[in-house]
Design a protein around this ligand. Structure first.
Ligand code: GDP
Ligand code: ZN
Length: 446
């Protein structure tokens, strides 16, 4: 076992709540329990007890649960103190634990310890943060799937196939007279193709999960009063829109998020892209243009009765050429036009009414297609960009291997590299700086 200190943090969200939890992990957990509670509660029983300070005065009454390691979240001795969820009271309780020898935990440190103690692998640890930060219900469900190990299991299955193939090839290398078999039987090629097919299937699912996490960036272009707000409300429909303000933006939030079938759409409103000399507004404009660089689709909203104007034209000129664009002709209810979707000059035109909702389904469908969303009966597991990159690297090595069937040594080496890339997903051998980066994005207390 590594030598570890004891950490403590408020595990519940900042602010007032019905209940607040201070969590402690490490060797001093039981002595802290004795000092605060008078005795250490029975393992894994919820005990209603009095929490006391160093002068033996009452801090609060609440529930204490003691989990001796290794049967705890972190794998270490863990103490959870559940008190009334007032921020001031939580501070008193936390300070009491710190005075008793604990140190304030860093972001994600509990989960990092859980990972280091093999309670979960790296993909699962990342899923913990993804569950907490999920912007939609679908994203939350898929993150929970990854946390429960579904993604990791798929990775392990692929790993096992790769290892089997490697052993087979390496056995051939030990008996050079069988090189002939190695090439002629075609069994290696067949097995390789099998691994590659499995990899593709995992990649497709991971990509869907990644979409739930990252969403689609939508540029919204349109004159005042053309119906932008109405359309966004219609698109979001019944589903709750969790509005996320992007870090760093203060006065002018450029992004709002809605969701369609659980896929987050981050709307970049270009309404603010006008001539100005105002300092703050200029900052916002620069940021909006930068956001446009990562956009996945542009929605060009026009009044069906008027068509395209100067403002649309000037923005259109500055949008990337290859950015998919959808022309939305709004207010067809005033024109007695039917909802419709047509392709013209390589662009998609949709006729709809943001007021009545007619034709909005066409747009929804179109956006999901552009996002690459494939509805499946069951949910998908969540994956991060890091995982997709690793899966791509595996793919590349398998491709190279395929061309090396007559050079078993080189072939085996490519398999080894592919295996390393797969291993990086679940974090078998993970460099400290990557761990630092992953866990620093957690909240404190998790
Ligand atoms: P924004 O300024 O582009 O966000 O436009 P709004 O969504 O605020 O809409 C401006 C006005 O147009 C409001 O009075 C809406 O009710 C109206 N409007 C929006 N969409 C439609 C539509 O499809 N048909 C009709 N008849 N009115 C609409
Ligand atoms: Zn509006």
């Amino acid at each position: 076992m590594r030598v570890v200190d004891t950490i403590a943090a408020i595990a519940t969200a900042p602010g007032s709540g019905g209940i607040g939890v201070v969590r402690v992990s490490g060797p001093a957990s039981s002595s802290i329990a004795e000092a605060v509670l008078g005795h250490c509660p029975s393992p894994r029983y919820a005990a209603y007890l009095t929490f006391r300070d160093e002068k033996n005065s009452l801090i609060d009454r609440g529930i204490a649960i003691y989990y001796p390691g290794p049967h705890s979240y972190t794998g270490e001795d863990v103490l959870e103190l559940q008190a009334h969820g007032g921020p001031a009271l939580m501070q008193i309780l936390l300070k009491r634990c710190l005075a008793l020898g604990a140190r304030q935990a860093e972001p994600g440190e509990f989960t990092r310890r859980a990972y280091l103690n093999d309670k979960l692998d790296l993909a699962q640890a990342e899923a913990v943060a993804d569950v907490i930060n999920a912007a939609t219900e679908a994203a939350a469900r898929s993150a929970v799937k990854s946390l429960s190990g579904e993604f990791s299991t798929r990775i392990h299955e692929l790993l096992q196939q790769l290892i089997d193939l490697r052993l087979y090839v390496e056995a051939c290398l030990d008996f050079p007279e069988e090189d002939i078999d190695f090439i002629s039987q075609g069994r290696v090629a067949e097995k390789l193709a099998h691994v590659a097919a499995g990899l593709d299937a995992v990649f497709r699912e991971a990509k869907q999960g990644n979409l739930l996490r990252e969403g689609l960036q939508v540029v919204l272009v349109g004159q005042p009063n053309v119906g932008k707000s109405s359309l966004m409300n219609q698109l979001a429909g019944e589903e709750v829109a969790i509005v996320t303000s992007i870090a760093g933006t203060t006065r002018d939030t450029i992004k709002n998020s809605i969701q369609i079938n659980g896929v987050p759409l981050h709307i970049i409103d270009t309404a603010g892209l006008r001539e100005t000399t105002d300092e703050v507004e200029l900052h916002g404009i620069t940021r909006t243009w930068r956001a446009l660089e990562n956009a996945g689709v542009a929605l060009l909203l026009i009044d069906a009765a008027h068509g395209i104007g100067e403002m649309e034209k000037s923005i259109l000129e500055r949008l990337p050429q290859d950015l998919p664009k959808i022309w939305v002709h709004n207010k067809i209810d005033l024109e007695s036009t039917s909802p419709n979707i047509i392709q013209q000059d390589g662009n998609t035109h949709i006729y709809l009414s943001a007021k009545t909702g007619d034709g909005v389904g066409l747009l929804r469908q179109c956006l999901l297609e552009i996002a690459g969303w494939q509805p499946s009966g069951e949910g998908v597991f969540m994956a991060r960009d890091r995982h997709l990159l690793a899966l791509n690297t595996v793919h590349e090595h398998l491709d190279v291997a395929e061309g090396l069937l007559i050079q078993p040594e080189l072939f085996a080496e490519e398999l080894r590299l592919a295996q390393d890339a797969l291993n990086s997903i679940t974090g078998e051998f993970t460099p400290d700086d990557l761990l630092g980066e992953i866990f620093s994005r957690f909240c404190i207390g998790k």
